[in-house]
Design a protein around this ligand. Sequence first.
Ligand SMILES: *Cc1c(COP(=O)(O)O)cnc(C)c1O
Length: 345
Amino acid sequence: MRVDYGAIVENWAFFKKQAPTAAIAAVVKADAYGLGSIPASRALAQAGARVFFTATSAEAALVRKALGEGPQIFVLNGPSADDVALHGDAKLTPILNSLAQIKLWDARGPAGLHIDTGMNRLGIGPEELTQTMMALREVSPTLVMSHLACGSDLKHPMNALQLKRFTDAATLFPKAPRSLAATAGALIGPDYHFDLIRPGVGLYGSGGLDANNPALSTAVNIDAPILQVRDVNAGETFGYGATFTAPKKMRTATVALGYADGYLRSLSGRGYGVLGGAKRPILGRVSMDLVIIDVTDCAEAQAGTMVEFLGPNAPLDDVASLAGTASYEVLTTFAGTVRKMGVRG
Ligand SMILES: *Cc1c(COP(=O)(O)O)cnc(C)c1O
């Protein structure tokens, strides 16, 4: 895995252009979607990012150590009894998601407030807002935020409904900066930008759930070497389950990449590698450490040659859709399983 941290910065700048009146945060949860939260945060902070989001306080503490004091680091999951102290030590800003978390935090420092507007996942429900204001003891939140359920479907009626609910609820906290949009939501239009947008997957080159955005730079490349090239007769079968039968004489390459590396098994018979400027289909099942591709009439196919499985010629959103999943899962499945090599920054 090669990660282009320069591309991540370019994508951050894309959101700056997209939402010129808002601040642009960087969501670096789950180790920056598997790309490395420390190098990603460092590159983004150097480019001017001042606000970061993680899911957990442990992730946030690592980012704090890498960035030093200054940038604001929000913890989306909010505090638990076990990590209230860590929030203080690492100067983290929790997002309070429930009355219980407000009580636990007990106004001991700046905190954001998540208002649920229809996702029903995290956040204060609309019926709890009066109690919330009382529980906050008149301390104004550092941020009021909500999250869109259907942001990548620009015309989905949920967007307008959530926008209205969010705008209404936020009037109760007139001093607090407001944030609603993540990657996809930022593209719906300026009404959704408010004071801060929170792109995550867009920084890493994907348009978001079921979406593609060709304006974004490729941040992740996965390449793997050919171990063996074979000439196979018509009627021969390939790999576990013998799920593919050669319809004619074929040349095939066995490549050192498998689901143990994070290359999803659901890409069996559906994914492809890129070699010699063409897509080379996967034949049969993806194994734990190996995959077989069709390299018939491909002069470049030799033991040791690298094949691209994710990158400019094998776009993340395309691979995700062939795997029947989202770019988020493709990225985080690679996390930690393959060797990372940074390029540019
Ligand atoms: C993960 C997350 C984001 C970032 O979402 P992307 O779709 O990756 O841009 C923003 N806000 C919240 C609350 C999140 O959970």
